[in-house]
Design a protein around this ligand. Structure first.
Ligand SMILES: Cc1cc2nc3c(=O)[nH]c(=O)nc-3n(C[C@H](O)[C@H](O)[C@H](O)COP(=O)(O)OP(=O)(O)OC[C@H]3O[C@@H](n4cnc5c(N)ncnc54)[C@H](O)[C@@H]3O)c2cc1C
Length: 393
């Protein structure tokens, strides 16, 4: 017998859970809603962590996600065990809760570098507001920063920290920043934007070790021996879906490391249990049924909305095409819809050097993704073309 029953249990305190809670309330669900969140803070937006919050233009309050008063939020509380057959969970407070429907949205954890010197002070990862607070405090007195990783975390942090007056170098495995997700042409454009504002880019190289002076990092040593001065390091080397609870509960884990779900975002083989956000690996109707998993804020929110409708009996498939955005300080910004799992052609429209352009990613002539910089492209048209397997007229 559980200690109590809730109609809708939301596991995880990120955007997916928060949006699901809000959608349930907006749909006028009468039932009880409990959101269980491991972090110190109630749900907040993570994108400002590398942008406005890190740069000082946004406060913690600006990042918080508004929730109705009648959504019960337990912060600093973890779900320790989930029994999908009994529809119960055990919290870190020892309380047991039975649910009618539940959302599993435990998000992702940063990947950590496994090289010599990782224990030194001054090496930071960015996932939570608290990580940004430590970085901001630590950055006050330093001059040289190395960002490890050429994805959006490394590039956005590099831009923001340069804006704050730091001398920043980005070190990456690929030739061009953001190349892996958006291709070489966009990568060269990102390089141009960053380099144009003084960020040094060192591509095609692995970080071998960190060296310190006393307890603190002082240099980043690259394969081949080159050493870069760095009193501060920001490592953005990817994330892994946080499926610890799901795995323990016996849920199916997919090839992309997430929790497998069908097109309605129902976890395989678990009655009344849904997944959303960074852990959701689902059959996407807008990708011809292909299994996808993305780590995009707006898509996590959109999945949270679909789950809320399904918790109330809608039986709706999640047909939204994933949307992503990125800002490089106030120098450049872009939006992207996709993701293109593979593509064989890129069609550029507009003017790349001025930062106002569209890139269409085509696979066998069909639109697989689109990137729009400087507000150039029509995102809704691109979403429609991706979902319908359309071609550029
Ligand atoms: C620094 C940064 C910048 C970003 N910028 C962008 C951007 O510009 N554009 C974009 O589209 N996306 C961006 N993202 C990605 C986006 O923020 C994520 O895709 C989104 O936060 C995923 O939401 P989520 O709800 O799935 O998971 P999360 O936000 O990770 O939330 C999951 C929460 O669940 C908690 N949790 C885990 N296990 C348990 C448990 N057992 N019990 C209770 N709680 C638990 C975790 O502690 C966490 O707080 C960024 C991410 C980061 C970190």
């Amino acid at each position: 017998m559980a200690d109590r029953f809730v109609d809708h249990l939301l596991i995880g305190g990120g955007i997916a859970s928060a949006t699901c809670a809000q959608e349930l309330r907006d749909a006028d669900a009468k039932g009880s809603i409990l959101l269980v969140a491991r972090e110190l803070d109630p749900p907040y937006h993570r994108p400002p962590i590398t942008k406005g919050y890190l740069g000082g233009s946004e406060t913690k309050d600006d990042t918080l996600i508004e929730l109705s008063d009648d959504v019960e939020v337990l912060t600093r509380t973890s779900v320790m065990a989930l029994d999908p057959a009994a529809k119960t969970v055990t919290l870190s407070t020892k309380e047991t809760v039975e649910y009618g429907t539940a959302l599993l949205a435990t998000g992702a954890m940063v990947r950590r570098l496994q090289i010599d010197g990782v224990h030194l002070d001054g090496i930071h990862y960015l996932r939570a507001l608290g990580n940004a607070d430590s970085l901001i405090e630590d950055a006050e007195t330093v001059e040289n920063v190395v960002c490890v990783g050429g994805s959006y975390i490394g590039c956005e942090s590099a831009a923001t920290l340069t804006r704050l007056g730091k001398r920043v170098t980005v070190v990456l495995l690929e030739e061009e920043p953001m190349e892996r997700a958006f291709g070489v042409q966009v990568g060269q454009w990102v390089r141009g934007v960053l380099a144009g504002h003084g960020v040094q880019i060192v591509g095609n190289v692995e970080v071998e070790r960190f060296e310190g002076e006393g307890e603190r990092v002082a240099r980043v040593v690259l394969a081949g021996g080159r050493a870069l001065d760095a009193e501060l390091v920001v490592a953005g080397v990817g994330v892994t879906p946080d499926v610890m609870l799901a795995r323990k509960a016996g849920l199916e884990i997919g090839e992309r490391g997430g929790v497998r779900a069908d097109a309605r975002l129902r976890a395989h083989g678990a009655d009344g249990l849904y997944v959303a956000g960074d852990i959701a690996e689902y059959d996407s109707p807008s990708h011809g049924g292909a299994v996808i998993r993305v780590e995009h804020e707006e898509h996590a929110a959109s999945q949270g909305r679909t789950v809320a409708r399904n918790m109330l009996g809608a039986e709706a498939e999640h047909t939204d095409v994933p949307y992503f955005f990125s800002d490089l300080a106030d120098w450049a910004s872009f939006e992207y819809v996709g993701p293109a799992l593979a593509w064989d052609e890129e069609v550029v429209e507009g003017d790349m050097p001025s930062g106002t352009f569209t890139v269409w990613y085509l696979a066998d002539g069909k639109v697989a993704a689109m990137l729009s910089a400087g507000g150039h492209g029509d995102i809704e048209r691109a979403k429609a073309l991706i979902a319908s397997g359309g071609t550029l007229a």
